[in-house]
Design a protein around this ligand. Structure first.
Ligand code: SF4
Ligand code: SF4
Length: 378
């Protein structure tokens, strides 16, 4: 964001509806944050009034509570349980069907998803980083996932700088936030009177151009920069490094794995809310008459008993080995697969863990790192 080569404009709060209208005029349906069931979820947006204006989200290990923002900003909260992941990597979907004709011949049919043009409003920097990681997995050269790819190609991403990080956030330590820098079509930084806005793509430029906005002033641009720096400095949790591969793989027998297994419920919440987790399982659902079947994919979790089941035995028979798999894959194995860690510091796995297990505190306990890990809340 604040790319010096881009025209930086200012969008007053009362033009936010016009921005959504311009996006819709480009053919995109708008999806964005809304308050539902005591949290902020991604849902269809009919108008800017649907956004959670004046709302804050207080987060801590095992806790998520909505509060109020006296400044009545639209994005004064860090994140909800969902990122972009469910919008393009569907929690459950049919990949193909097969039917048997009267002569017993099988006919296979690929089932492609509806993939409307979708504008996602309020994407955070950590969400963009997570999307890049999911792209690296699902759009690998020669092994592109058609279902993911179809939805991904239709996205228009409106990113928002995080000015009010949650206590669970640690994106500054992973290098993924809190200010969006790449991967967006439009990026916004909300000030009290409106948004500093910049485009990151040709479609984004066209939308901003249609609004005929005035240039942002140097004071507004500086204020946006400063609040991004302040948001990074306000984060109290952190990881002790961006490459923990050696440190973790040298500690596979550390007693902390037993300690965390005593608390972990193996519920899989952390993997469901994690924007980078991509494990899934596939199975067939035959019709009762045996004439057809459909092949389904659904999210899976390394905390589930069946995830580690191989023919005749289970490679991860207990919670200790499953938690170790989750954390060492995320922070060690991803370096081999994708050249970086699989954690973008969003903190969702901390807030949405019913046992209040703190990812950063576990890493600190395992590696002997000190400070900045939010241990005081354990
Ligand atoms: S491991 Fe936790 S903090 Fe890291 S990206 Fe996943 S949910 Fe977010
Ligand atoms: S770490 Fe927490 S969210 Fe993850 S499986 Fe264990 S209890 Fe569930």
């Amino acid at each position: 964001m604040f790319n010096e080569t881009e025209h930086t404009v200012f969008l007053p709060h009362d033009r936010l509806g016009a921005l959504l209208a311009a996006i819709r005029a480009g053919g995109w349906q708008c999806v964005g944050p809304r308050v539902e069931q005591g949290t902020i979820v991604m849902a269809p947006l009919a108008e800017d009034e649907d956004l959670p204006r004046g709302v804050q989200a207080e987060q801590a290990p095992g806790q998520y509570r909505l509060g109020t923002d006296a400044k009545r900003r639209h994005f004064a909260w860090a994140n909800g349980p969902q990122a972009i992941k469910p919008l393009i990597f569907a929690p459950q979907e049919t990949l193909w069907r097969v039917a048997r004709d009267a002569d017993g011949r099988l006919a296979f049919e690929t089932v492609m998803p509806d993939a409307p043009k979708l504008a996602v409003i309020g994407v955070r920097a950590c969400d963009l980083a997570a999307l890049a990681l999911q792209d690296a997995h699902f759009l690998r050269k020669g092994r592109t996932d058609a279902h993911y790819g179809a939805r991904r190609a239709q996205l228009f991403l409106v990113a928002v700088q995080c000015a009010v990080p949650a206590s669970t956030c640690f994106c500054a330590s992973t290098g993924d936030g809190p200010t969006p820098t790449v991967g967006y079509d439009l990026a916004l930084a909300e000030l009290d009177e409106g948004f500093v806005a910049v485009a990151g793509s040709a479609p984004g430029r066209a939308v901003l151009h249609a609004l005929g906005l005035a240039e942002a002033s140097p004071v507004q641009i500086a204020a946006a920069r400063e609040q991004g720096d302040a948001a990074a400095a306000a984060q109290t949790r952190r990881l002790p490094g961006r490459d923990l591969r050696e440190a973790l793989m040298a500690r596979l027998k550390h007693p902390q794995w037993d300690a965390v297994a005593e608390r972990c419920l193996a519920c899989g919440n952390c993997t469901a809310v994690c924007p980078t987790c991509f494990c899934h399982t596939e199975h067939d659902i035959p019709a009762l008459d045996g004439a057809s079947s459909r092949h389904e994919r659904e999210w899976d979790s390394c905390f589930g008993e069946t995830h580690g089941h191989l023919h005749g035995f289970n490679v991860r028979p207990d919670i200790r080995t499953r938690y170790r798999q989750w954390l060492t894959h995320k922070l060690a194995g991803w370096h081999d697969q994708f050249g970086r860690s699989g954690c973008v510091g969003c903190g969702r796995c901390i807030a949405w863990c019913p046992a209040g297990i703190d990812f950063t505190a576990e890493v600190a306990a395992l590696t002997g790192a000190s400070g900045g890990s939010g241990m005081e809340e354990r």
